[in-house]
Design a protein around this ligand. Structure first.
Ligand SMILES: *Cc1c(COP(=O)(O)O)cnc(C)c1O
Length: 480
């Protein structure tokens, strides 16, 4: 047996490369990422591709190794080529993500040291760091010290955690669901519907509250709806509002909704995945007044803090409620229990083992300070306002509501022919061109184009370029 063990042990050499081998790989990867970054402004925001990365299948996973250069070539051709390039300054579709380099370095460190950030006992420092970041976010929105939260992979999981916490805080059981009412708007993100389903709340009554001309929930309608439901013996328990809707970036009237929730003793969950971090800048802070009246809130650092994908956050005003929903004990965890210094992420979320996400956020915030984030966010709001103003100067363009944050909606209304069809072709032309990427939506049955400014790389030059491209493509679609 010892011979066999020793024979197998030799394979460790491949899993534990020496400094020379490590250096070779690291240099190859650094060279690749440097080329990517130095070239970033020449890469298209969107690349139409016939093969769509299928070349990966020509190199199946197998027993024998493949060299790093060949792998980077595969990556370049099949992954970092086709489709949307979210690192591009021209990414103006959906809600753009970030990818600041400091965060990538944090990820690298977290993976090399592989601290176990799930449980305080295992890595007190890692857990303190994550809790410190969550407390920083809580303070930003005016939540009390008794609040707590969790760093998640994104807004979808964060919404799920918030809604599950609300469900348990109200002790909702299967038999209660048909009489329990959830209030939201048709502008809520689809991850909310998904979370309601996953949380087993599909049988609840769901009321869509009418919207004002800016696609914001009307508080008076919400109040009336709750009163009517209460009168007819239903249980109005959950109100879900948005701070920055995906379609138009609308902010529901937060303070008023908070007051209504309090009056009716309902839970107020706020989806601020896109909009939340705008509290860091002056204009955003004004627009987002009242976030503190919610009971739980979702904010995505991979949107408003320009982090790479994989960073969401949920905050719950009363941490005890979050803990009650997610805390578990197991015999094999007995050594890890009993610490009262800090709450552990594993007790506040569905996850146990997880990537140490705190480092990708802590490192940039400490390395460059918060000031540049404030400036970038203010700039994004101004860029959206500027575009909103300038796009109206293009003959035939009709705009949506004044942007509250950094999303602008607009469409071209042709003198004759179907407007929806025209705008569908227009967005197709812009995407095929690829210098910038815009996405579309449907508002009140009208096919509408959207410009969402949130990439840290998007500046005035790209907004000017977008206006130019828009003029060019309108002319092209007009001429068939
Ligand atoms: C992006 C977004 C989500 C979903 O978040 P993910 O991080 O993509 O999972 C939810 N709500 C809103 C308002 C969003 O903008």
């Amino acid at each position: 047996m010892i011979d066999e063990i020793k024979r197998l042990e030799k394979f460790i050499l491949t899993l534990e490369p020496d400094d020379v081998e490590r250096g070779k790989m690291t240099r190859a990867i650094l060279k690749y990422s440097e080329e990517f970054l130095q070239n970033i402004h020449h890469l298209p925001a969107y690349r139409v591709s016939d093969t769509k990365g299928i070349g990966l299948y020509d190199s199946p996973i197998q027993d024998d190794p493949v060299g790093i250069d060949e792998l980077l070539e595969l990556l370049k051709n099949n992954v970092d080529g086709p489709g949307l390039n979210p690192a591009s300054r021209g990414h103006l579709g959906y809600i753009p993500g970030g990818g600041i380099h400091h965060a990538a370095l944090g990820d690298y460190l977290a993976a090399v040291t592989n601290r176990y950030a799930g449980v305080f006992f295992a890595s007190p420092g890692a857990v303190r760091m994550e809790n410190m970041l969550l407390h920083w976010m809580a303070a930003l929105i005016g939540y009390p010290k008794t609040s707590g939260g969790n760093l998640t992979s994104g807004g979808s999981l964060a919404n799920l955690i918030g809604i599950v916490t609300a469900r348990d805080a109200f002790h909702l059981k299967g038999k209660d669901l048909e009489k329990s009412v959830i209030y939201l708007s048709t502008q809520a993100h689809h991850s909310i519907d998904k979370a309601i389903r996953i949380a087993g709340l599909k049988e609840c009554v769901v009321r869509y509250i009418p919207l004002d001309e800016g696609y914001r929930m009307k508080p008076s309608e919400l109040d009336m709806s709750i009163v009517a439901d209460r009168t007819s013996g239903l249980n109005p328990w959950l109100i879900i509002a948005s701070a920055g809707t995906t379609d138009v970036g609308a902010i529901d009237p937060l303070g008023e909704i908070g007051a209504i929730a309090q009056k009716h003793r309902s839970w107020f969950h706020l989806d601020a995945a896109y909009g939340g971090f705008f509290v860091l800048c002056d204009s955003g802070k004004k627009a987002l007044k009242g976030m503190d009246t919610s009971d739980s809130v979702v904010m995505d650092p991979h949107k408003g803090l320009f982090l790479p994908y994989g960073s969401g956050a949920v905050l719950v005003k009363d941490t005890k409620k979050l803990l009650a929903s997610h805390h578990y004990e197991a015999n094999y965890m007995q050594d890890a229990l009993g610490s009262t210094d800090e709450l552990s992420p594993a007790d506040l979320s569905p996850e146990l083992s997880k990537h140490f996400k705190g480092l990708r956020l802590w490192l940039p915030l400490k390395l460059i300070g918060v000031k540049p984030f404030r400036a970038m966010l203010e700039e994004k709001i101004l860029l959206a306002r500027y575009f909103y103003e300038k796009v109206q100067a293009i003959d035939g363009i009709e705009v949506g509501p004044t942007p509250e944050l950094s999303v602008v909606t607009f469409r071209y209304v042709p003198k004759s022919g179907d407007a929806n069809d025209f705008n569908r072709r227009l967005v197709n032309e812009i995407q095929r061109d690829g210098r910038v990427f815009l996405s579309s939506t449907v508002l009140d049955g009208r096919f509408t184009l959207r410009l969402a400014v949130l990439s840290f790389r998007t500046h005035l030059e790209t907004v000017h370029q977008t206006l130019e491209i828009l003029r060019e493509k309108i002319a092209k679609v007009k001429n068939g």
